[in-house]
Design a binder for this molecule. Structure first.
Ligand SMILES: C[S@@+](CC[C@H](N)C(=O)[O-])C[C@H]1O[C@@H](n2cnc3c(N)ncnc32)[C@H](O)[C@@H]1O
Length: 234
């Protein structure tokens, strides 16, 4: 993603402490206090310009959302998108926080079982084999996600990259994780507008590229429910 340098971005971000968090490690284990309630917390890792997390948080005020990216400029754009989403859908920004952080140390930001859902949308594919460990679905990352997700924990993953999707299927399977709703072409029959679209998804879908999607069922409660449902279908 190409970024323009902008003077004063940092100051602008520091001026919005109710929305933007630049030093998130201090809140590890205390995110409920940040939001002022015990509602479930859903996080997008690598939110880019923030279209997805802004819209989703406007549509679901009963869920707390955190969008994470590592660049100031993207956090600034995310905050603009967040304001626009509220003008469009109404409501306030109290259920959304935008966090500037490198996901590699995510375990320093969230405590064990602090999150209910992780969204991985169009994560960088890192196609070279020597960079496999940087892929956000590498086992090293997924182990961390398993630790910070709670009894209802799920990972929702979307990508246009066939090679990253294949790699991720193997990564989740090698860890013995249960996957569901696997799609190789999410919008094949009709545009799934019920699932909020990301910037990259809009761009690639318009070009006719297939979007791959799956959900990983992690938490013991949601896993038991899922297995029960499967039994009933047999
Ligand atoms: C290809 S973009 C996808 C953006 C958005 N999710 C979408 O679907 O439109 C990937 C994003 O992940 C962010 N990212 C990649 N690695 C990261 C890391 N280690 N920590 C934080 N953000 C990261 C990048 O800065 C970029 O904004």
């Amino acid at each position: 993603m190409r970024l323009r340098g902008r003077k004063g971005i940092r100051e602008a971000l520091e001026g919005q402490p109710e929305l933007v968090i630049l030093e998130p490690e201090q809140f590890k284990g205390r995110w409920s206090e940040v939001f002022g309630n015990d509602r479930p917390i859903h996080v997008e890792l690598g939110m880019g310009k923030g279209q997805f997390i802004s819209q989703l948080s406007a549509l679901n005020p009963q869920i707390n959302y955190i969008g994470i990216d590592m660049y100031d400029e993207l956090i600034r754009r995310g905050s603009e998108k967040a304001q626009l989403s509220r003008e469009e859908h109404g409501g306030d920004l109290s259920n959304l926080r935008l966090v500037r952080y490198n996901i590699e140390s995510i375990e320093n930001v969230f405590d064990s079982r602090e999150l209910e859902r992780i969204y991985l949308n169009f994560s960088d594919p890192w196609p070279k084999k020597k960079h496999a460990r940087r892929r956000l679905t590498h086992a090293n990352f997924v182990n961390k996600y398993q630790e910070i997700l709670n009894e209802n924990g799920e990972i929702h993953f979307k990508t246009d990259s066939r090679s990253l999707f294949e790699f991720s299927l193997n990564s989740f399977a090698d860890l013995g994780l249960r996957m569901r709703n696997i799609s190789l072409d999410l919008h094949a029959e009709e545009l799934r507008t019920d699932l909020v679209m990301t910037e990259y998804e809009t761009k690639f879908s318009q070009k006719g590229m297939p979007i791959h999607r799956l959900e990983v069922v992690i938490g013991e409660h949601v896993l038991a429910e899922h297995l029960e449902q499967l039994k009933k279908q047999m």
